[in-house]
Design a protein around this ligand. Sequence first.
Ligand code: SF4
Length: 309
Amino acid sequence: MQPLTCVPQLMSQESFRLADPVQPEVPTSVRTPRRALSASSLNAYATCERKWYFRYVCNVVDDPGSSAASYGTAFHEALEAFHKVYMRPNPAEETAMRRDLAAQLDRVFADPDAKFSHAVERELQRRRAIRTAERYIDWLLAEARLHPFTVVGCEAHAPLAIDGYDFTGYIDRIDRDDTTGDVTIYDYKTGSIAESAKEYLTDVRAGTEFQLPFYYYARSQSGEKVVRLSLIPLKDSLTPVRPVAIEITPLVEKDLDKARTRMGKLAATLIEGSQDVYRVATDPDACTYCAYTLSCRNRPVPADEKFGR
Ligand code: SF4
């Protein structure tokens, strides 16, 4: 009988050949695909060039989404549907308004396209949104009592060309004052926002924030008198809704103008040029909700993570 053996059979020298040594790839610069840019994409670029590269150039790394993002999308959808019905918020309709906004939130949070990690998370976020919506209606009615207005746009398309480069975006809400005809542009914020107009304008001047300047020029170009830009916080269900309002003054216009100039320059750099290196963020806070952390080997490491290693 043949004895069992654990020694593998050696292959003859002729049966295989070593592969040729791999040559290192020659680095090449990357060009941005030519398409309309958005103010939020430039915000992303200003925060972290690498994030921008992953999202807008590679377009291959799948964003798994997050509970915070789903909460934001659902809230925006509900408010859009709500204001298409309630275009002239009227304190006499308060009960119906509260009921209908809650119903819109129930609808969007029940949609399977709203991705939450599990049913409990979905329910908690739905309840949070309904409580926040109560605060929103409080604020809306107070505004309507002070100076009646009409909602003239929800998720309004806002195209704008700057220095020959196309930009595009969608404005959450546009109101027209019923007495003066003046326009206010609103951006709903379900995440963290600047705490004051001063803080927001500091970011505008620093060239890291473009959203409201972009909306301002997109609407002003058609002859509308935009007198106010406003961020509406919809994150915290326990505190009253107090928008961060930026009144348009000659001084503020100078800041907005700087942002527009910077947008044109950035568009030229991104679209006409090519880039060898997309630098990572320097502040680890930028990575907290980034969808690309697993693909990003050079990201800044927070101090507590460094300590744990
Ligand atoms: S993980 Fe951080 S450094 Fe990397 S792409 Fe995201 S934000 Fe940028």
